[in-house]
Design a protein. Sequence first.
Length: 229
Amino acid sequence: MNLTPKFLSVKAVPTLFWSAPKALTIKPPLVSVAFLITGLTLFGLGEALLVAAGVGVSPWTVLAQGITHITGWGLGFATFVTSFVVLFCWIPLKQMPGIGTILNAVIISLVLEFLLPFLPTFDHLILRLGEAILGVLVTGLGGGLYLIANLGPGPRDGLMTGLQRVTDLPIAWVRSGLEVAVIAAGWSLGGTVGLGTVLFALGIGPSVAASMYALNRVFGQSVYFSTTK
């Protein structure tokens, strides 16, 4: 008897009623844009909750911290360079960008900038961990919504879907493996790892997969399209 949750076997992004026909398009469907913006807003809120929890930054920020230690760059510039290198990795993976690739950086940055001051902060560790877990779940929901819009993933999500296509492994495992590898690299370079970092690394892949599985169960017919569309 297989007791593994079904969402852990999801291998591709489902195509639902708000999915655009193709990622790179001048005139995307309005419903696709609406879900893209909604998803990215939730994605940014989830990351803001993780920051507000104060129990550790995201794995990619740990990597950026490590890079600053060996280069002397600022954290923002190190993050920018990391994102650029990840985009460069899209070339052999044959990933297709779109307006979502650009809006990913813009919307998430704006959400972090304007919502973070209004989020609660707690002194008790249990509450802080709870806020971090909520952040992972909200990020996963936002990731599912915006990826299904099929208007281009952000740099890291594109790396995830590209690696999934090449390896044919479930999305949850690809993303978790990627995040753990990033933590290891960042930590080896001197980045700071916290409980929230580990929670995000181990939870974001299953959270995104669970979101897409649930949305497909509600709105779709269990049909998955290739991430190369």
